[in-house]
Design a protein around this ligand. Sequence first.
Ligand code: G4P
Length: 520
Amino acid sequence: MTDNRPRRTFAVISHPDAGKSTLTEALALHARVLTEAGAVHGKGNRRATVSDWMAMEKSRGISITSAALQFDYRDHVVNLVDTPGHSDFSEDTYRVLSAVDSAVMLVDAGKGLEPQTLKLFRVCALRGIPVITVINKWDRPGLSPLGLMDEIEQQIKLRPTPLTWPVGEAGDFRGVLDRRSGEFVKYTRTAGGATRAPERRMSAAEVEDVDAAAWSAASDEHELLTLDDADHDQERFLAGETTPVMFASALQNFGVAQLLDLLLELAPGPSATAGVDGTVRSVDDDFSAFVFKVQSGMNSSHRDRMAYARVVSGTFERGMVVTHASTGRPFATKYAQALFGRETTSVETAAPGDIIGFVNAQALRVGDTVYDGPPIDYPPVPSFAPEHFMAVSARDIGRYKQFRRGIEQLDQEGVVQVLRSELRGDQAPVLAAVGPLQFEVVEERMTNEFTSPIRLTRLDYQLARRTDAEGAQQLSGLRGVEVLQRTDGTYMALFTDKWRAKNVARELPDVRLDELPAGG
Ligand code: G4P
């Protein structure tokens, strides 16, 4: 039977340690996916999250993966797409953002906005994804709430519109003032946050056991915010001009139910999407989906390949034969899986917003569209500006065939971008990555999966610009610049630093030098 309940598909963007795993666990707990936080064994004796399956797979020597956690909440289906940003910050982290309709920006109250959060935010801004901000760890000493609001406004240029406002400063958390209802939501510390904390609401008149000074300070600031035009406005939020803010303690399960309620109330659901030729597919048209991540080597005993796709329109039914847009060939979906945290189960049906995994989908690449009914082809998932570059070669030249096959496969999967030039030859291409840990993945997989250990040599380049054939000619021979070609034919000019790139742009104004999207 088709499950037509409304969907909310989102990702959490944050810097490592801001509390993403803790929040994921708390969300799942609230939605009663887990009976008790930590029910899935893991870190320490209670810290285990559904998204920790990633780490588990890694510790078993399986490559880094990402998937989605699906749960029910108040007659909605919520898909939390995992951003593999923990130990490996890579292009994958950016790409999953093409599969979501909104993002939750999780900020550590003690640290404010951190680099990885800012990078991910930029991708959201580029793609027009509305962002809800959660200030986490309010149970610990941290920055002042007004100071944090200033920082958000200055750094990401979105107007923060707090929906809740803390009563008691960071570290002395009494609860929050719900700015829309004027109610006080009392914060109760639970033992280790391990159970579902009740959130007690009371009217302003009833606020008894709260420090009068803390309540009146919060009320004053709430009024200041209103005067400063910092109240929530749904249209401006959806237009990417504002970010609703709430204060929470993921560890103590405070604010988690509020966040889920907000996602249902404010965050957009799946909507009509345009193909490359401008044809628009509404959510209730025929089935279509696009692949945002491809992964192989998850099971080292046999070579498997999993393509993760987000359903854009229609109903997916397992077994249906769809069309693969880039080849026009039929694609059978007998082995589709739904993703529930670390468990994968066969999926029977899926609706727009859901994530499905196609097992052994050799033909599918990142950005590919599959559809039923009239043809549709969604725009490619953008690739991001690499900032790390390594020359790669086979340690054992006798294994060159394996080397070439491995590099080709990793390029196709988008683990790294592979750049080539006549000068460097085919035996020593350049690998370009968004995060340095992508090279470790390459090294590990080349050795174990493709049985061709590699030698990596760091290149002294820091940024890449897109150019064209003419530009490539004009730039050749200049100091501190090298032009190579990506597998898709794009010319990439690599520069040792941004000053050199600026200088070249100034001196050779006719040369095409485009900034690549995002990536910092
Ligand atoms: P991450 O996935 O974003 O990397 O962060 P994670 O959830 O692992 O949290 C990082 C650390 O911050 C953990 O502490 C976690 O307990 C703590 N933390 C998360 N949310 C809150 C919160 O709301 N309040 C407080 N006080 N701490 C929070 P750790 O010491 O690194 O790990 P553990 O020993 O607690 O497992």
